[in-house]
Write a protein that binds this ligand. Structure first.
Ligand SMILES: [Zn+2]
Length: 366
């Protein structure tokens, strides 16, 4: 086990935040220097006898920093008692910062004296590797971070404790070392997830999406065709925004399902269009469905990448007609929602049977 520090760049903050943190830095440096002075005069310091305009937790960090500077001199690690400049990094303890994932984007939230902020970060490789780990790890495993300024740019330096199981999420393992999660995408159920060996499964109904789509559809119709073209376009945009947001949330839930298992791997069918089990669909509806379906797959892949969960495309050939129990393949094994094997008599929900087949398939689509 060791510690590695990663530098995470914040997206350029507003002028107000910039000056708020500069002010904080000045006050912090002033407090540390004052404490260093008093310590070298032989005084004993505690949070009670040090006054400062800093938030209580940050003041304590300032005192700690001063004590460290003095002890370094005593131990011969530093030559002289330093004077800290205003460019000093502000220490923020583990109770006052957090990583946040919102709409597939990474943020870091932290408290300085004036207020708590949640800042988007530049998503570097280190962010992608370590933020998912930070979000699931308990507070006691988190260290004290530093808010650092370089010119107009701001960074958070995060110490990462390296445990051996951390390696498993950043390195590639042989295929069979993963727990395979089958994801069957469709219309009746948007997604059916399964991990066949533990019999864990989850269904996501397509009803809500159908409802919303019909709502927008009737809204469009009621506006007429020629007159309110603009309004129609606006609704179209609203609908696609809604769908995108929905797909992102669903993708996150799928990845969350996978994350409950050790070394998960998500398997999707390589389909460019949705399986046309619903022939009643009008062409326009099918187009929208195919587009939403493609978008959902993209969202799953993006989200899984953030959590270092590999996603593989599986050859979709006969996954819905093959019996998960005995392997017998016949078209009439499947009758709409029901799967009933003509050979062994095994019955199951058709989408779940497909999902199980996807999970155990080793036929990669290339
Ligand atoms: Zn069978």
């Amino acid at each position: 086990m060791g510690t590695k520090t990663i530098m995470v760049k914040l997206k350029r903050p507003s002028k107000r935040k910039h000056s708020m943190w500069v002010k904080e830095q000045n006050e912090y440096a002033k407090t540390v220097n004052k404490c260093v002075q008093r310590l070298s005069n032989g005084e004993k310091l505690s949070s009670k006898n040090v006054s400062s305009n800093l938030k209580y937790a940050i003041k304590n960090e300032a005192i700690r920093k001063a004590k460290k500077a003095i002890s370094d001199v005593k131990k011969g690690l530093a030559k002289s008692i330093p004077v800290f400049r205003n460019s000093i990094g502000i220490s923020i303890n583990n109770q006052n910062w957090n990583t946040v994932c919102k709409n597939d984007r990474w943020y870091i939230s932290f408290c300085t004296t004036e207020k708590k902020v949640t800042m988007p970060v530049i998503e570097s490789g280190a962010v992608k590797t370590f933020f998912p780990y930070l979000i699931i790890s308990k507070r006691e495993f988190r260290g004290t971070v530093q808010l650092i300024r370089k010119g107009k740019d701001w960074y958070i330096a995060i110490p990462i404790q390296m445990f051996c199981d951390l390696k498993s999420i950043s390195t590639k393992l042989p295929f069979d070392a993963y727990t395979s999660i089958g994801v069957d995408l469709g219309l009746r159920h948007l997604a059916v997830l399964s991990e066949p060996f533990s019999h864990t499964r989850q269904f996501f109904s397509g009803k809500k999406v159908g409802y919303i789509r019909r709502h927008f559809h009737s809204l469009r119709r009621s506006l007429g065709t020629k007159k309110a073209q603009r309004a129609i376009e606006r609704i179209g945009k609203k609908e696609s925004n809604w769908m995108k947001d929905y797909n992102r949330k669903l993708a996150k839930e799928i990845v969350d399902f996978a994350l409950q298992f050790d070394k998960p791997m998500i398997k999707l069918e390589q389909l460019d269009t949705i399986r046309t089990t619903c022939k009643s669909l009008k062409r326009v509806d099918r187009t929208i469905h195919n587009w939403a379906f493609y978008e959902l797959k993209t969202c799953i892949k993006e989200c899984a990448k953030k959590f270092n969960v590999p996603v593989v495309d599986i050859n979709p050939y006969q996954t819905s007609q093959t019996c998960f129990n005995c392997g017998h393949t016949e078209k009439c094994n499947r009758n709409k929602e029901k799967f009933a094997c003509k050979s062994c008599g095994y019955t199951d929900h058709a989408d779940l049977n497909a999902s199980n087949n996807i999970a155990t398939s080793t036929s990669l689509a290339v």
